[in-house]
Design a protein around this ligand. Structure first.
Ligand SMILES: Nc1ncnc2c1ncn2[C@@H]1O[C@H](COP(=O)(O)OP(=O)(O)OP(=O)(O)O)[C@@H](O)[C@H]1O
Length: 270
């Protein structure tokens, strides 16, 4: 049994092989994208200029949309009859997309309700998820009573309530003010370290990606493709001290260099 578990964790969680995506209007959003997400939890950022296919890649991984070429495999996970992975995936979008007529508890309960779980049965599970994001006291509040940062926390709690293996986040903090964003960066890292979770995080920000990630995948546009796969070898937990360190600055400089190349569409040796 131990050997089987060991074997499972040494296999990749997600294997993306030569994936293409051409939208029906002819836009080549992804060209020959290959990426392996290991079984051991990582914090991976997808960084790149507008239109390089970050959101498209996230949607392909989630199964929300189909690629037009190549393979996306989940070697340790079964598939449903439509070929979608049965691994629990949580998705957080830039907008919190909460139901305004439902309170915080019911918004977080939604994914479990869709799985036909009764409110009574999963009450503690929903409250645990709210506790993870520090909102257990706001279970009965309505979205209109919450700040932008709190709404985003509800959205994260909703994504985590099914205990996913993978959390896909599409520019989740882009619409928030700087202070709230920095606070949520720290909270997200604390959650990630506790939950045995893989996070795939889309961002435009070099600073945010270096602070959060142990791996940054830099993408370029026209067609969307991977330019660099970088590791950020700074230890966790990361704190304000890391943000002001020379190591952080070095990584930011390096990643900025790659981003500049991505924006210029230059693929020379870095
Ligand atoms: N449903 C669609 N139909 C046609 N083209 C699309 C569709 N969705 C995205 N695209 C195009 O595919 C390319 C990649 O888009 P995508 O949204 O994945 O990029 P992105 O890197 O996430 O951009 P941004 O950072 O601006 O969100 C763009 O040229 C976009 O216009």
């Amino acid at each position: 049994m131990a050997a089987a578990t060991e074997h499972a964790s040494s296999r990749p969680l997600i294997s993306i092989k030569s994936v293409d995506k051409i939208y029906p209007n002819g836009t080549e959003a992804l060209h020959n994208v290959s990426l392996e997400i290991p079984g051991k939890p990582q914090f991976v950022s997808l960084l790149g200029p507008s239109g390089c296919g970050k959101s498209t890649l996230l949607r392909m991984i989630s199964g929300l949309d189909r690629h037009t070429g190549g393979e996306i495999e989940w070697p340790t996970t079964a598939y449903d009859y439509k070929g979608r992975p049965l691994a629990e995936i949580g998705f957080v979008f830039q907008e919190p997309t909460l139901m305004p007529w439902a309170n915080v508890f019911d918004n977080v309960y939604l994914p479990l309700r869709l799985k036909r779980q009764t409110r009574a049965k999963v009450h503690d599970q929903v409250m645990d998820s709210l506790r993870m994001v520090g909102l257990e006291k706001f279970a009965r509040s309505y979205p209109r009573e919450l700040s932008g940062g709190m709404k985003m926390r509800v959205s994260i709690a909703r994504a985590l309530v099914t205990k996913p293996k993978v959390l896909l986040m599409d520019e989740p903090f882009a619409a928030l003010d700087e202070i709230t964003r920095l606070k949520l960066n720290n909270d997200l890292l604390a959650l990630w370290e506790k939950q045995n979770l893989t996070v795939i995080f889309v961002t435009h920000s070099v600073f945010e990606s270096v602070y959060l990630s142990d791996r940054i995948v830099v993408m370029a546009a026209r067609p969307g493709r991977i330019l660099a796969d970088l590791s950020i070898d700074a230890p966790y937990p990361r704190t304000e001290q890391f943000r002001t360190s020379s190591l952080y600055n070095e990584h930011c400089r390096d990643v900025s260099g790659w981003l500049k190349q991505a924006m210029a569409g230059v693929e020379d040796e870095h």
